[in-house]
Write a protein of this length. Sequence first.
Length: 356
Amino acid sequence: MKRVALLGATGSIGRQALEIIEANPELELVAAASGKQPIEGLAPLTQVGGDPTRLLESAEPDVVLNAVVGFAGLPGTLWTLEQGIDLALANKESLVAGGDLAVAAWERGGGRILPVDSEHSAAFQLLEHREPKSVDSLVLTASGGPFRGRSRADLEGVTPAEALAHPTWSMGPKITVDSATLMNKGLELIEAHFLFGLPYERIEVVVHPTSVVHALVRLRDGAALAHLGYPDMRVPISYALTYPERAATRIPKLDLASGLILEFSAADEDAFPCLALARSAGEAGGVAPCVLNAANEVAVAAFLDGSLPFLGIPDVVERTLDRLDHPPARDLDDLVAADAEARRLAAALTREPAAR
Ligand SMILES: NC(=O)c1ccc[n+]([C@@H]2O[C@H](COP(=O)([O-])OP(=O)(O)OC[C@H]3O[C@@H](n4cnc5c(N)ncnc54)[C@H](OP(=O)(O)O)[C@@H]3O)[C@@H](O)[C@H]2O)c1
């Protein structure tokens, strides 16, 4: 039996995780947490809002699935890594914002991070037991979101409802908007850097509209290995929760006979500047990724409530990054302060029209 603690139990990933746990007699849900929604009775131990540390300590889990959205997931990530407990990580924002601290806690704790993001789950499987020097680069695929193929001018005036209509994945609202701006792929680039220890210049992003290939690894002899599967988060969730066994799931097998379309193209960084913003924040290091993430959370919330246009999202993120310094964070307090300062500035910038 594996004891599972589930943070973010009411969300898109959380609900799919409950389905996987329910169907697998080897998995036992010992604790669950949400942000606001009531979840009493869902697990022996539950908590709504706040720092989940005490809940996790009492639950004594074998694996923590962190499916909280946003920077709020950071305490759960840091606690789990510090304890050396397996972390099934969906909450990419914690690794983006707190990458250096998280990696240090991971090294001290000595546990495992089992990525839940489908691209990182794929990359983890492609890279496992592979000689690092044989790897040339990692390729993350992006569906391109609902606005793939549009120019910058075509993105003026797109609505939250249009941005929320993702072509291949059904997900929570924040990540769906991030997919439409390509910030999601930018966050994933930074996540991959910290998860796999690869420098940014060895992580590529390509657009692949059907989301069947989740990631590729290019090897030094010219071969490339790919991970394929239908876009269904229950596969990487199950993989992370049952690792290393890899339990059976009810997800349909790839139907190769019906003709799979494996089309790839470069991302349009002019129409979707968030990807380049994330890459440069990652390369800048220090608290730059934390600032990027905080500004993006504020801008996405403003877009969803109708107070910021779609193109205002990259604009607010860029101006927030430009106006703040990005020193390294020595500890969690530094990171929380950088996050709060970036949120204050980004909120002010959402009310201030862009200069261009
Ligand atoms: N959805 C996907 O397919 C997918 C794929 C890859 C990666 N991810 C990543 O997985 C994470 C979750 O995504 P999602 O789509 O499942 O989001 P979601 O549907 O919006 O769910 C978010 C979850 O986080 C909880 N939460 C929010 N604020 C919290 C706080 N302050 N403290 C504790 N819990 C809090 C919510 O609780 P309440 O309901 O009570 O507010 C909810 O359970 C994100 O980091 C996302 O990038 C998601």
